[in-house]
Design a protein around this ligand. Structure first.
Ligand SMILES: [Zn+2]
Length: 289
């Protein structure tokens, strides 16, 4: 799933490609992806793109006062195309194509939104104001925003009874961090994903704040200037523990471990994060009984 750094890079890439150009056609192909009906997507046609931005993990393309907002979800992606065929794509196909947007000029340029797999979660909205999108309205502060100070972060953690892993990826608390970067931030901060947020000392809250900013900024920096097609590989290559169970921790050499849940998994380094202790994995302990 693309998270803040990848969506930030996609947004910068699209800003270069789209701003000042006119939308020719918008083809919604996956009915399930379209979450709004008024104004219709066709209202974007003939409008000139003014800006491309990001709200958490949402991409926001502004054209003539309308916003095309996209949430790529777990398996969605954006493919930039220079040579799209002139004829419209066939709707209702079984393929991964969810939406196509073409530009008036240069002819053939535009992008496809695609979604792999059978779980269709990719979401597209056409609105006058991004705050009309419920997922954007409930977003917490952006961790790279100028107002996100150590004090703001400490206040978010205070009184928070949940574990750090859950708090960091809750979009209502902090915008843009998901399963991958929450693993990375906790590894960089040398903290257990199971630690209760409210139990952090002032020193620990400051350390987690530093790790959060540094991890996201590094990832944004690595992704900057990359074409849309290269972002996925770049995200993977920059991760230290996420998705690396069984491999050596690049900091201490211990084996990266995993805890599995019904629909996700977290990875961590015992030596760096839990004082060498293995976190309970219900699936594993069932197997060992
Ligand atoms: Zn380690």
């Amino acid at each position: 799933m693309p998270e803040l750094p990848e969506v930030e890079a996609l947004s910068a890439f699209l800003d270069d490609q789209l701003v000042g150009r006119t939308v020719a056609r918008v083809f919604p192909l996956a009915v399930s992806a379209l979450k709004t009906y008024a104004p219709p997507l066709t209202d974007l046609e003939g409008r000139t793109v003014e800006a491309v931005g990001r709200h958490g993990k949402f991409l926001d393309i502004t054209a003539g006062g309308l916003h095309l907002v996209v949430h790529l979800a777990r398996a969605g992606w954006l493919r930039w195309r220079e040579n799209l065929p002139a004829e419209p794509p066939r709707p209702g196909g079984k393929g991964p194509l969810a939406l196509r947007l073409t530009l008036a000029e240069p002819a053939g340029a535009g992008f496809d939104l695609t979604e792999a797999g059978t779980q269709k979660r990719l979401a597209v909205y056409c609105v006058h104001d991004p705050a009309e999108v419920p997922g954007i309205a409930r977003l917490g502060p952006d961790p790279l925003g100028p107002d996100f100070t150590p004090e703001v972060f400490a206040a978010l953690l205070r009184g928070e009874r949940r574990r750090l892993k859950g708090v960091l990826r809750d979009q209502g608390v902090i915008a843009g961090v998901g399963n991958a970067y929450s693993d990375e931030v906790l590894h960089a901060a040398r903290m257990s994903p199971y630690k209760l947020a409210a139990s952090l000392s002032d020193e620990e809250a400051a350390r987690l704040y530093e790790a959060l900013g540094a991890t996201l900024r590094e990832a944004v920096e690595r992704s900057r200037g990359l074409a849309a097609g290269l972002l996925k590989a770049e995200k993977k290559s920059g991760l230290r523990v996420h998705g690396r169970a069984g491999q050596a921790c690049p900091v201490c050499g211990d084996t990266v471990r995993e805890v599995s849940f019904s629909d996700s998994a977290l990875q961590y380094c015992p030596t760096c994060q839990t004082g060498g202790k293995l976190l309970a994995d219900r699936r594993m302990s069932r197997l060992l009984k």
